[in-house]
Design a binder for this molecule. Structure first.
Ligand SMILES: Nc1ncnc2c1ncn2[C@@H]1O[C@H](COP(=O)(O)OP(=O)(O)OP(=O)(O)O)[C@@H](O)[C@H]1O
Ligand SMILES: [Mg+2]
Length: 456
């Protein structure tokens, strides 16, 4: 049974798993979708005054009096006091939670601010980065030996290449101009280049530069040697709670960093999450990443990972990435996504996504399930990441309680799985693909479409 389900989710052989894209409807107006207190000590008065006041011999009559007085107290008044105490306790607990959220949010915001600063500051790039970045835009295919294919997607093919100059290995994504135009991906392709060039983060793939020839566009990235999280997940069937949490936490930091720059990622899935040689996450494929300060309408992404508002062609915002994080966590814990159809019929899948009824396996950690219920929710007024506290509702969630976000950002938390890599250019963690005819690559000249890809 499990194997069957697992096979169903080999999205790569399943057309419904491909990213989809439908033209956007820009300009449509839409409503924008949408925690101190020190531990309150119990009132110490009664007991402390009891210590201070010497016991007195009380006349019998007085005792009676006091009994009578107590009897005379209004029971409603007592209830009111108890109610007030309850309210105060609730307020204190809420304030405590708010403080925790605010602290987590401040930590993550500081991490994002430092990362954003580092992206602007060329001197913070590693030495090798500076050498290559200087030549960005001035590479040519002749600078590299093409070794093999690392992966293919709907729009591109990624090759392992070796620099003839420094002997180092890189990954080069090649996009055919004519295909990009036919598939109406011109804007997305330019955006992919622009967004990738803008970011620098420990959990995002690094772009060294781009170039073009008469037929193709090329993006030179770090070669991320550990392979796709997808392959590791399918091999493992599903991840233990702590392993899923580790990858989810690194991805969450990367998404939050992108969002801090008003970039929506829009194609989260294990195929686009690579593992470095040290086992830490590198998010690749910025094909749908876009600068969106508020709201957008384009129907794009991978069906299993689409938020209901995207499926319904409503305007949507960054919180589609938090929904997709929910799908990812679910898929890592279960080995299959929360919504799927046996026959791969996308319409049936979309109906399920909109209906939003998730069946949680009983073995799910209770806190994971609690977080997922708040991520995989269609109602945007309830989805974590889209509420008043923003992403801190996610970072401060109890499932992530033991995560030290600063250490995580610095990659000081050891990865749960370190890929076996034999030297710098070892691509054995990647599936084999039929090799492309690369003789078409590198042809010089001008094409009729060059004005469309000026930034490459
Ligand atoms: N920097 C990299 N290092 C190693 N492998 C990579 C790198 N970037 C991409 N790949 C591999 O190539 C595959 C395809 O790349 P990418 O996802 O960018 O293409 P795509 O056509 O945009 O895919 P999709 O169908 O998801 O839109 C990835 O899933 C991954 O296996
Ligand atoms: Mg991809």
């Amino acid at each position: 049974m499990f194997q069957k389900v697992s096979d169903k989710f080999h999205r790569k052989q399943n057309s419904s798993g491909k990213p989809i894209q439908v033209q956007s409807t820009p300009g449509k107006p839409a409503s924008q979708p949408q925690s101190l207190v020190h531990e309150t000590h119990t009132q110490p008065f009664a007991s402390s005054s009891a210590v201070l006041v010497q016991p007195m011999a009380v006349p019998v009559q007085d005792r009676n009096m006091s009994v009578q007085m107590a009897d005379a107290r209004d029971p409603d008044e007592d209830e009111r006091i108890r109610e007030k105490a309850r309210e105060a306790q609730e307020q204190a607990a809420q304030a405590q939670a708010n403080l925790h959220n605010a602290t987590q949010q401040a930590r993550v915001a500081a991490i994002n601010a430092a990362a954003a600063q580092a992206a602007l500051d060329p001197s913070s790039a590693p030495a090798a980065a500076q050498t290559v970045r200087k030549t960005a835009g001035r590479y040519a295919l002749a600078d590299f030996h093409i070794e093999r294919t690392l992966g293919t997607g709907s729009f591109g093919r990624v090759h392992l290449v070796r620099s003839k100059h420094n002997g180092r290995f890189y990954a080069v994504k090649v996009l055919n101009k004519e295909k990009v135009i036919k598939m109406k991906q011109v804007e997305h392709t330019n955006s992919e280049r622009e967004m990738l060039a803008r970011v620098r983060h420990p959990f995002l793939v690094n772009l060294w530069g781009t170039f073009q020839d008469v037929n193709n566009l090329y993006m030179v990235m770090d070669f991320v040697a550990g392979g796709e999280l997808f392959s590791l997940l399918r091999k493992s069937q599903r991840f233990p709670n702590s392993v899923a949490k580790f990858y989810a936490a690194e991805v969450a930091l990367a998404l939050d960093y992108l969002h801090s720059l008003d970039i929506i990622y829009r194609d989260l899935k294990p195929e686009n999450l690579l593992l470095g040689a040290d086992g830490h996450v590198k998010v690749t494929d910025f094909g749908f990443a876009k600068h969106v300060p508020d709201i957008t309408w384009t129907l794009c992404g991978t069906p299993d990972y689409l938020a209901p508002e995207v499926v319904q062609s409503k305007g949507y915002n960054k919180s589609v990435d938090w929904y997709a994080l929910g799908v990812l966590i679910f898929e890592m814990l279960a080995g299959y996504p929360p919504f799927f159809t046996e026959d791969g019929n996308p319409m049936k899948l979309y109906e399920k996504i909109i209906a939003g009824k998730v069946r949680y396996p009983t073995y799910f950690d209770a806190l994971a399930k609690e977080l997922l219920k708040n991520l995989l929710v269609g109602d945007l007024t309830k989805r974590y990441g889209n509420l008043r506290a923003g992403s801190s509702d996610i970072f401060a969630h109890a499932w992530f309680a033991e995560v030290d976000w600063d250490k995580l950002y610095r990659r000081e938390i050891p990865a749960p799985y370190v890929p076996k890599i034999d030297g710098e250019g070892d691509a054995s963690q990647f599936d084999r693909y039929q090799e492309a005819d690369v003789s078409e690559y590198g042809k010089e000249g001008v094409s009729q479409w060059d004005h469309l890809f000026g930034s490459f």
